[in-house]
Design a protein around this ligand. Structure first.
Ligand code: NAI
Length: 260
């Protein structure tokens, strides 16, 4: 069922790699809710993923950008405003990567260059995106920015490695930038704290299937899937949540409120 929640809105979705990606579900749903979209991912992701198929399906274009690189982001927002003929109304930041987790480095045997990379890709990229967008005047008054977090930011979960610190930093950026951008331009910034789902990113997390089963059994409503995450994002992009900002909103079937 659709509600035309995003009719007349223009948005950028970062982080769809293939049909399993959370961002893919968000893009499809935003399109169905009436939004005009533009897609972005790293140049290499366009080769290894299937983002072109999504762009074709939604009748839009892809502008490649490495979200850790300021010139890429400057180019992206300039082109986005050219494409839409105006600033944008919403952004999905659905980006994360830990070289330590990918390489199976345990939390107490971390490579620190990799750790910096984890923080840069998975947390600072949100700050960079917001700072570049703000300087470029790329967000409309009242625009909504959503990023995706995970419970390991607030509870110990050793298998999640240095991504836990990245998510804690990400949630802090949501609050700190949310204050400034909200005060100056009514821009809302929130994180959706999402249940675990099998996606390209989680294929490298050790014991992921067991993590998914455990939270599904613990949560009274079961896990929130990628489609449920997309629904939460629709609400946050829409005008129905115009006073919700600087929050980490749990979309986890109740998992986080359980004593385990
Ligand atoms: P995914 O692998 O489909 O998405 C991650 C995306 O980040 C990929 O499209 C990748 O190309 C992109 N990316 C990596 N480095 C980048 C860079 N330098 N610049 C631009 N893009 C870059 O996996 P998923 O699971 O959909 O992840 C999306 C977000 O959801 C991530 O922030 C993840 O941590 C978060 N999340 C995922 C959960 C899950 O269980 N799948 C649970 C909670 C949060």
């Amino acid at each position: 069922m659709t509600y035309n929640l995003l009719k007349g809105k223009k948005g950028i979705v970062f982080g769809a790699l293939n049909e399993h990606s959370i961002a893919w579900h968000v893009a499809e749903k935003a399109h169905a809710e009436g939004a005009e979209l533009l897609l972005s991912n790293m140049p290499v992701a366009l080769r290894v993923g299937t983002l072109g198929i999504l762009a074709e399906k939604l009748g839009t274009i892809v502008i490649p950008a490495d979200a850790t690189l300021i010139p890429d982001l400057e180019n992206l927002f300039a082109k986005a405003m050219e494409y839409f003929g105006s600033p944008v109304d919403f952004i999905l930041h659905s980006i994360a990567m830990s070289p330590n987790v990918r390489k199976g480095r345990k939390y107490d045997d971390i490579d620190y260059d990799n750790f910096h990379k984890t923080l840069d890709v998975s947390a600072l990229s949100l700050h960079k995106m917001l700072q570049v967008a703000k300087k470029a005047g790329a967000l409309n008054t009242g625009a909504s920015v959503v990023t995706i977090s995970y419970i390991a930011s607030q509870r110990a979960m050793p298998g999640y490695g240095d991504m836990a610190e990245a998510k804690a930093m990400l949630e802090s950026i949501v609050r700190s930038f949310g204050y400034i951008y909200g005060k100056e331009q009514q821009v809302r910034i929130n994180a959706v704290m999402q249940s675990p789902v099998q996606t390209p990113a989680t294929s490298v997390v050790p014991g992921m299937a067991a993590i998914i089963d455990h939270s599904a059994l613990t949560a009274p409503l079961g896990n929130a899937g990628a489609d449920d995450c997309a629904n939460a994002c629709m609400a946050l992009f829409s005008d129905l949540t115009s006073k919700i900002t600087m929050q980490t909103i749990f979309n986890d079937g109740g998992f986080s409120a359980m004593a385990q």
